[in-house]
Design a protein around this ligand. Structure first.
Ligand SMILES: *Cc1c(COP(=O)(O)O)cnc(C)c1O
Length: 401
């Protein structure tokens, strides 16, 4: 470290991790419950003839209950997958393929995660009709526009609960009600919602919901798809095999990962309310700290309807690449997806109508369970100093606007 951290921040280890929406560190308590299933309790949970299998199966079923509990579901409605990418593929392609003889129209939104958008592109190539709803400047869909998009042939609506870049919360219960009214199934990608906001599949009229463990302090490589049983949702599986998971998802379950996912959900359910308050206060401290020190900073996404840990900011009058390069002491995501040499502005920010130059110079700060006040104060000083420095040294940037 050649750079001197600001006064009073000596205790902060750098880089400071503010990328909790990309992945969360595993909680130590989650690791503890997983360890026995990585060593002596190694049985195949599908083995029916001996105690090794029974013990693994019992642990998997406890985990299934813990996951069901955090979403208000019946454990039988929880299907284990490898993560939200697989769950989204299974939900969207599975429903579309099963019901295609009668219904071949799917509605989604332009700011969905790539795995939802690409699943929809695949359906389009297969001959399905897709509607991609726009979002308003605040990142939320227009319910009137959704109402008008339904047709007699609409099989499925897939709208995410919480956006991964700007943290906004879509009106899930209202979308669920509209889907019921129009006889379409409602799928929501809730990878960013679990453990951050309350989600209840019955209260919100959700028929299918994608979850992943590594965004709630659980292990990577495990997720789940909630599939409603009453009224029953049918799916064509993505692949063939032994017919595990009610026939929706063949393959041997990774018992240690399932157990970790279950414990992560149990902890999230117990601690979410207090955690949301603490993280929300830290996020507000970060926003206030940055905006009192710097002018020309804009918040992306609705100011109120967002999860506590997200802050997506555009910095006027700075060069995007220089900004990212200067913030070495902070691990964050930029508003640009860096593909090889070219910097593409985020398609989510573009969909909000943020101009390219500003979309480039945007940063997603995402806070979580282990974020401290000292870290936030350190990051405020870092950002304020680096942005001010860049603005001074770049007359081109300064002169803009
Ligand atoms: C992280 C994320 C995914 C992908 O989840 P994986 O478990 O990593 O496959 C999908 N959707 C959203 C909104 C996400 O944030």
């Amino acid at each position: 470290m050649t750079k001197q951290p600001g006064a009073g921040t000596d205790a902060v280890k750098t880089p400071v991790y503010l990328d909790y929406q990309a992945s969360t560190p595993m909680d130590g308590r989650v690791l503890d419950v997983m360890l026995p299933y990585l060593s002596e309790k190694f049985g195949n949970p599908h083995s029916r003839s001996h105690a090794f299998g029974w013990e693994a199966e019992e642990a998997v079923e406890v985990a299934r209950e813990q996951i069901a509990e955090i979403i208000g579901a019946d454990p039988k409605e929880v299907i284990f997958t490898s993560g939200a990418t697989e769950s989204n593929n299974l939900a969207i392609k599975g429903v579309a393929h099963f019901y295609k003889a009668r219904k071949d129209h799917v509605i989604t939104c332009v700011t969905e995660h790539k795995c939802v958008l690409e699943s929809c592109r695949t359906l389009e190539r297969e001959g399905f009709t897709l509607t991609y709803l726009p979002v308003r400047r605040n990142g939320l869909i227009d319910l009137g526009e959704l109402s008008r998009a339904f047709t007699e042939r609409t099989a499925l609506v897939s709208i995410m609960a919480v956006n991964n870049e700007i943290g906004v919360i879509q009106p899930i219960a209202e979308i669920g009600a509209l889907c019921r009214e129009h006889g379409a199934f409602f799928h929501t990608d809730a990878a960013q919602a679990i453990g951050r906001i309350d989600v209840d599949v019955n209260e919100m009229g959700i028929d299918l919901m994608s979850l992943t463990a590594h965004k709630v302090y659980g292990p990577k490589g495990i997720g789940a798809l909630y599939v409603r049983r009453r009224p029953r949702v049918r799916l064509t599986p993505l692949f063939d095999g032994g017919g595990q998971e009610r026939g929706f998802r063949s393959g041997t379950l990774p018992a240690p990962l399932c157990v970790g996912f279950g414990e992560a959900c149990r902890l999230a359910r117990l601690e979410m309310a207090d955690e949301a308050k603490r993280i929300g206060a830290l996020r507000d401290r970060l926003y206030d700290g940055i905006t009192t020190r710097l002018a020309g900073v804009a918040l992306n996404g609705d100011a109120m309807t967002r999860i506590p840990g997200n802050l997506n900011l555009s910095f006027g009058h700075v060069d995007a690449e220089a900004l990212m390069a200067s913030l070495k002491a902070v691990a964050v995501s930029s508003g640009s997806a860096c593909t090889s040499a070219s910097l593409e502005p985020s398609f989510v920010l573009k969909a909000l109508g943020v101009e390219d130059r500003l979309a480039h110079a945007s940063i997603r700060f995402s806070l979580g369970r282990f974020t401290t006040e000292a870290e936030i104060d350190f990051v405020i000083e870092e950002v304020a100093r680096e942005v001010a420095g860049l603005r001074e040294s770049d007359p081109r940037g300064q002169a803009a606007e």
